[in-house]
Design a protein around this ligand. Structure first.
Ligand SMILES: Nc1ncnc2c1ncn2[C@@H]1O[C@H](COP(=O)(O)OP(=O)(O)O)[C@@H](O)[C@H]1O
Ligand SMILES: [Mg+2]
Length: 1008
């Protein structure tokens, strides 16, 4: 009945083969194949699979199934994993799964043995269900595909996504977004005629339509010639024109219908007798079978597209011989096929299954669903083996509901929800729980049957909604649960519901309301006794207050939480609160104890991770590395972050919390001057396309690096990438660094107005002492801007405006309130003091020497190189040539080593105009050596001094550090004349020496 020859589709195959080539070349590729049922999507995908396999691809196919008996969450992924498990040698498979093995074995238990022996899974068991959010699963799959594509290029086909569950859609969309430089081709097929207006696939298709990296193939029906060719291939002879004409006419060129019609033609010979409607065409082939075979097909259709053979035998109620005969008949007539796993049977095409199912009388359908329910309940082993408990629960929920047996459907739905939750499919769990809520009022003994009350079901539904990211739904479900709670209900229970509610509020951005709910919840708890509920609620409150920028309140709540947790042995809450408290203390200035508390929290979190999940441990690594960096313990901070990253990778959090850890590892490297390493880490993490705040923190670091390097185009674009995400946040750890980088670019470019604008709001935000760490760099640049500006006035022989002096005083006031409790903070304090003196025109080498010493202590070469540059400048002014030369050399060498082109350029320029020897200068010292930092200075600033043309020429040579004899030679004048010019110029500029004159020229933006 099936054409052994692949008909037509040349253009489509060519397009797909190009994608195979792309995938081979490490350019991950995607194709969407849409078309009506039976048109040939699967056949095309199979043909592609065969060609890919021939080219050495690893070919994986996952089938989405209509929600129902087989509607297991993430079924296509499970299919693909099963294929891998059965085709790969265990050691190769172990490597491919790597850290993902424990997590993925929750979906396919046969992967579990691989977990036991793997080194990565050793320290920690798979995290508890609640901890494993969707994001983690997605990441584990992405990692696995990446590693697999290292072994062989991969073709992953996801079939029939119009039936996909939410989790599968999320996974597909995620892979399309995130796969980049992997040898992978993802092919997605879907029925275009199934997409009603509110189908969840629609918005995804729309977004994919705009994506030029995705190929779309709309499969059309066969034309007359193709139908002729297909018939020829099926019948084994050239069909008569009348046959072709009728089959083409009746099938409309739909390949599946052509096959079915060919079957009728074969059986009856006369195509003119064909029944009128399409469903009738399909059914006419069923009707031609014996009654037993027909009954068998009807029974099978109730199970879905596929059914395990023992289950079918049980429900069909046929004797062994009759069953065997009926099965053979259905298979011989190409209506059923042996299922791919050999354990059962499947309809050759879903179209026939649907036609048979729809054709049944309602009473028979209900009776058969009940029969499946009974059979499965009697002997759970009848369910498809590998789908295990989850498959059984889902099947029972489906059949009892369709059998209208609500009392049994209710507990089955709740079971199915639990399994869905365990297999990373909160959206499907939500679906089951919402059904349970719908049935609930119709079942009189609902409580007895489920062992739960309605409040608990609503709460679980709220939890599932929360985990699937449906925050609004979560809120209403939890509110509903609270409303359902009788007035005399246990207040502790109400309090814990409020806690869940508060967490949803917090994550919806309503941190104030969240704290309020938690306080309210605490008020409900019985006074005079300390319970686990106290501990959990206080820990949650501490967390909410930290997010709400209330460090003092946070520390207090955390302390209370720890005390409560200890009193009742709630170790998880103790770990959670310790991690919060440690960070809060460190920020509030009690650093050493803060560090101890954090380390303690980390240890506790690691000890309890097996039961409580790894989230607290990850938070501990993030906070601890952050605090160590705050204390300028760069190397240790980087190490702690690296340890945390390993855990993040193992539990599938490297694209989320792991990004914070990448940032916390890159930042100390950046401060230590190991820019290339920091760069590489950030680039690797960004290549995985982390989303939202997680990616933004990395863009921010990259912007800072680029600004320090003087690569302003890159700095600007990275800054924009970060700002998009942070535009609504008020959290200083995100807002202040953005201002700092924007100001750094502006200062380097000499645009002082823009620099001032960039820092303006940041100064206002620097009010709280604990935010010092983020405020200091901003305050420094603000003062540096004022110093540059004041110097410009002096160079022009203008008065420094009073407003500028006032701003300096104001900034000094802000600085006086900031903490200097760590080396880097003290370093900024010295920089600000020295810049203040520079703004006042009183800076001496002493101020800059203090800044130099402070940055040496903090071990940060970048600000050190800047301070050295200013120190050299101050020595030059004081005529201390030897000291100036030492400082400028060190500044230049440091900046050059770092790749800090603007500072290196300034140092080289200073050396040249002050005639200092630069040991490391090689002419090309640093990309733009000799180019002033302020290279966009205002117009012709020298005009104001009334110089003659000749004097101007001489001045530019002075600015380039030339001596009088050199100038004389260059301009073909006598040395005496040159010297007279120089004296006149110094007088007109109002400066005391040629070095100062050179500095004025340089600062006013004239090239020497
Ligand atoms: N290009 C083709 N050449 C030969 N037979 C085809 C071709 N396309 C589809 N068919 C046959 O038509 C039937 C329906 O095709 P299928 O790929 O299952 O459709 P879809 O997946 O679009 O529902 C299958 O039995 C298939 O073998
Ligand atoms: Mg198909």
């Amino acid at each position: 009945m099936v054409s052994p020859v692949f008909i037509g589709r040349q253009d489509e195959m060519r397009a797909l083969e190009r994608l195979l080539d792309r995938a081979q070349a490490r350019d991950a590729a995607f194709a969407l194949i849409g078309g009506e049922a039976g048109v040939g999507k699967t056949r095309l995908a199979r043909e592609l699979g065969a060609r890919a396999a021939g080219e050495g691809f690893c070919v994986l196919t996952g089938q989405c199934v209509e929600l129902g008996a087989e509607g297991l969450p993430l079924a296509p992924l499970v299919d693909a994993l099963r294929t891998l498990a059965r085709t790969m040698p265990p050691d190769v498979l172990g490597g491919v799964l790597g850290p993902a093995a424990p997590g993925l074995s929750r979906l396919l238990p046969e992967l579990a043995p691989l977990t036991a022996g793997s080194a990565s899974g050793a320290a920690l068991a798979a995290p508890a269900g609640e901890d494993m959010q969707k994001a983690q699963l997605l990441e584990l799959v992405l990692g696995t595909l990446g590693r697999l594509s290292g072994v062989a290029p991969v073709l992953f086909t996801v079939e029939d996504v119009h039936w996909a569950d939410r989790s599968t859609l999320d996974l597909t969309a995620f892979l399309i977004r995130s796969l980049r430089n992997a040898r992978v081709l993802v092919v997605v097929t879907y029925r275009s005629d199934e997409l009603h207006r509110r189908h969840p696939l629609r918005p995804l298709l729309t977004s994919w339509e705009r994506d030029r990296s995705i190929d779309r193939i709309d499969l059309r029906r066969f034309d007359r010639d193709e139908v002729g060719a297909q018939l020829h291939a099926i019948l084994g002879e050239v069909p008569g024109p009348a046959v072709t004409e009728t089959v083409f006419d009746r099938s409309g060129g739909n390949a599946y219908l052509v096959e079915e019609l060919a079957g009728t033609v074969k059986a009856h010979g006369d195509p003119a007798d064909l029944p009128p409607s399409l469903a009738d065409v399909l059914l006419s082939r069923v009707d031609a079978l014996t009654p037993d075979a027909q009954k068998l097909l009807r029974t099978a259709s109730v199970a879905g597209r596929a059914v395990p053979d023992r289950l079918l035998a049980e429900v069909a109620g046929l004797g062994e011989n009759e069953l065997f005969a009926a099965l053979r008949e259905a298979v011989e007539n190409h209506l059923l096929v042996v299922a791919p796993d050999g354990q059962g049977y499947a309809f050759r095409h879903a179209l026939t299954r649907d036609a048979v199912y729809e054709d049944m009388l309602p009473g028979e359908r209900v009776r058969l669903h009940a029969a499946y329910g009974e059979a499965l309940e009697r002997d759970p082993g009848l369910a498809a083996g590998e789908a295990g408990q989850a498959g059984l629960a889902t099947a029972l929920a489906y059949h009892w509901y369709a059998a209208l047996d609500l009392p049994r459907a209710l507990p089955a739905s709740i079971d199915a929800a639990r399994y869905a939750m365990d297999s990373y499919a909160p959206a499907e769990a939500l679906r089951h729980l919402e059904r349970a809520l719908e049935i609930w009022p119709r079942v009189t003994d609902a409580k007895q049957r489920t062992g739960l009350d309605r409040v608990e079901v609503s709460k679980r539904a709220g939890e599932a909604a929360y985990q699937s990211g449906a925050l609004d739904r979560a809120r209403s479900l939890l509110a509903d649960a609270m409303a359902e709670l009788p007035a005399d209900a246990d207040p502790v229970r109400r309090a814990l519901l409020l806690e869940r509610y508060a967490i949803v509020q917090r994550d919806s951005g309503a941190t104030d309301e969240a704290a309020e709910s938690l306080r309210q919840a605490l008020g409900l708890l019985p006074a005079g006794e300390t319970t686990r509920a106290h501990a959990a609620l206080l820990a949650a409150l501490a967390n909410a207050l930290m997010r709400n920028d209330d460090m003092e309140g946070c520390a207090e709540a955390a302390r209370n939480a720890i005390a409560a947790a200890r009193a009742c042995g709630a170790t998880g809450a103790e770990a959670d609160a310790s991690v919060t408290l440690g960070a809060a203390m460190a920020y509030l200035g009690t650093v050493d104890t803060g560090l101890d508390v954090l380390r303690f929290g980390l240890r506790l979190a690691l000890e309890t991770a097996a039961t409580e999940g790894s989230y607290t441990a990850l938070r501990a690594y993030v906070n601890l590395s952050d605090v160590l960096e705050l204390l300028s313990q760069h190397a240790e901070a980087a190490q702690v972050a690296a340890d945390g990253l390993k855990l993040a990778e193992r539990v599938g959090s490297s694209r989320t919390l792991g990004c914070y850890l990448v940032g916390n590892r890159a930042e100390p490297l950046l401060r230590l001057g190991r820019w290339a390493e920091a760069d590489r880490l950030i680039a690797e993490a960004l290549a995985d396309r982390p989303e939202g705040v997680f990616g933004a923190t990395l863009h921010q670091l990259r912007a800072e690096l680029a600004a320090m390097r003087g690569d302003y185009a890159e700095a600007g674009s990275e800054l924009r990438a970060a700002s998009q995400t942070f535009s609504h946040t008020v959290d200083p750890q995100f807002t202040q660094p953005l201002r700092y980088v924007a100001a750094l670019i502006a200062v380097h470019q000499g645009d002082l107005t823009r620099a001032r604008d960039a820092v303006a709001t940041g100064i206002g935000d620097a009010s709280e002492e604990w935010t010092s760490r983020y405020a200091w760099p901003v305050v420094w640049l603000a003062m540096r801007t004022e110093a540059d500006d004041a110097t410009r006035y002096r160079d022009r022989r203008d008065d420094v405006p009073a407003a500028s002096t006032a701003r300096c005083a104001e900034l000094a006031g802000v600085a006086a309130r900031l903490a200097t409790t760590a080396p880097a903070l003290a370093g900024y304090g010295q920089l600000v003091a020295a810049e203040h003196a520079r703004a006042a025109g009183t800076a001496t080498a002493a101020e800059w020497a203090a800044a130099v010493a402070a940055w040496r202590a903090a071990a940060e070469p970048y600000p050190l190189s800047y301070a050295l540059l200013r120190l050299a400048e101050a020595h030059v002014t004081a005529g201390e040539t030897a000291e100036a030369e030492a400082a400028v050399n060190e500044a230049h060498a440091l900046a050059k080593r770092l790749g800090a082109a603007p500072v290196a350029g300034e140092a080289a320029a200073l050396a040249r105009r002050a005639r200092l020897n630069l040991a490391s200068a090689d002419g090309q010292a640093s990309g733009n050596a000799g180019q002033p930092i302020a290279d966009s200075g205002p117009g012709d600033e020298l005009a104001r001094f009334g110089l003659t043309d000749r004097e101007r020429e001489v001045l530019l040579l002075v600015a380039a550090g030339r001596s009088n004899p050199e100038i004389a030679k260059a301009l073909f004048i006598s040395a005496k004349t040159a010297s007279v010019h120089v004296s006149n110029i110094l007088a007109k500029l109002g400066v005391s020496g040629r070095v100062e004159a050179a500095a004025v020229v340089h600062r006013l933006g004239q090239r020497g």
